[in-house]
Design a protein around this ligand. Structure first.
Ligand SMILES: [Zn+2]
Length: 220
């Protein structure tokens, strides 16, 4: 067994704070009289898969006012749904085919650092290769983005367009399309979070079947 070994008192204190916070949480769990947590210990049946940004300011549960057990979550930088990302595909497959979630939500957020970085020509490190996927989205909409003068608005518009593109990527997976052949209770949504107000802005790009995906994206 590895032994805990933190020499820096500051580092130790930072970790202790997490454990202290957990004591508060344990108190809430202990005070719960509904039996909810005993039930959750046995299994989960969430109705929502949330694919959000890894940004610390957009925690799925708090923003949707949901409890543990209600949202299955996948997060990465800039809430990307990359066709060949085995991590995302595994989460999606499990959520759709085992948990049978009813809603898959791609949630971007205004002021996304990943999206902002993708609009720059600077190198940031290994992340540059991930950001290429967002640059691909920019390339599809470069005319519209380039016409926007304000830098913040430029980023925020690309945030919206990126969410739309990721929704399209999700809908074109064999996982979603095969599920739609069997069920009519699966919706894929695209939203953007406004961190300053907490509001979830619905982009109105919900798909419940492969209609509207175009003849190439929709499998026959
Ligand atoms: Zn972000």
């Amino acid at each position: 067994m590895y032994k805990k070994h933190i020499e820096s008192p500051e580092l130790q204190a930072g970790f202790e704070k997490i454990l202290e916070g957990n004591k508060q949480w344990m108190k809430l769990v202990a005070e719960d009289t509904t039996g909810r947590y005993q039930q959750l210990a046995k299994g989960q049946s969430p109705e929502i898969l949330w694919i959000g940004c890894a940004d610390s300011r957009v925690p799925a549960n708090q923003i949707t006012n949901t409890l543990p057990g209600e949202v299955f979550v996948h997060r990465n930088i800039a809430n990307m749904c990359v066709h060949s990302d085995m991590n995302m595909l595994s989460v999606l497959d499990y959520a759709v085919n085992v948990l049978k979630v009813k809603h898959v939500i791609v949630a971007g957020h205004y002021g996304c650092g990943g999206v902002a970085a993708s609009l720059s020509r600077k190198q940031f490190g290994i992340i540059d290769n991930w950001l290429c996927h967002i640059k691909d989205v920019y390339r599809l909409h470069s005319e519209e983005i380039d016409a926007i003068q304000d830098e913040e608005k430029k980023v925020n518009r690309l945030v919206e367009l990126n969410v739309a593109e990721q929704v399209s990527n999700l809908c074109s997976t064999s996982i979603i399309q095969n599920a739609w052949k069997e069920r009519d209770d699966l919706a894929v949504h695209g939203v953007v979070i406004d961190i300053a107000t907490g509001k979830i802005v619905d982009l109105d790009i919900t798909f419940t079947n492969s209609e509207g995906l175009g003849k190439v994206l929709a499998f026959a």
